[in-house]
Design a protein around this ligand. Structure first.
Ligand SMILES: [Zn+2]
Length: 158
């Protein structure tokens, strides 16, 4: 990426992130204007409940920008036979991550010779096939292990 393009990308993301912060601040108005000051616990809980607005929104903005060339891709080579393929369709997918949900439009390619379909964007981002992405899967696995250990009475720090 050349320096002007890099600068434009950074500034575009900065502006988008600022809009996400504005939305998130709007969610804090009730707490900021409450009659009694909230406890630190209440403030922390409120941040946990609303963090997906901010971080999920920023993740969406970053992923959308970094995958622009993939999302507009119209041609691809079959990874098996090398045939040039035209885009078959564009399919949106909602992805659950530790930062919140994001949705990406993914061009789909299908090779009739090999009877194989693929999403180059999914490969570039190393997406999990499931809606729950690898960070969520690992978290759920750790929680599952923790839960099973607590059933057996073993103490573990996860
Ligand atoms: Zn092929």
């Amino acid at each position: 990426m050349n320096p002007p393009d890099r600068k434009a990308l950074i500034e575009s993301f900065r502006a988008a992130a600022h809009r996400q912060i504005d939305q998130w601040v709007d969610q804090q108005v009730e707490m900021l204007t409450a009659q009694n000051i909230p406890t630190l616990r209440q403030m922390s809980d409120q941040f946990m409940q609303t963090r997906a607005t901010l971080l999920g929104g920023c993740l969406q903005e970053m992923a959308t920008r970094l995958t622009a060339s993939y999302r507009h891709q119209e041609l691809a080579r079959c990874p098996h036979c090398g045939k040039s393929l035209k885009r078959h369709s564009v399919n949106a997918k909602t992805l659950h991550t530790m930062q919140g949900d994001i949705t990406l439009e993914r061009p789909y390619f299908y090779c009739r010779n090999c009877k194989v379909g693929f999403y180059p964007l999914d490969e570039a981002l190393e997406l999990a096939e499931e809606a729950y992405q690898y960070d969520m899967q690992e978290k759920m696995l750790r929680l599952g292990i923790c839960h099973r250990r607590s059933e057996t009475g073993l103490k573990t720090a996860v």
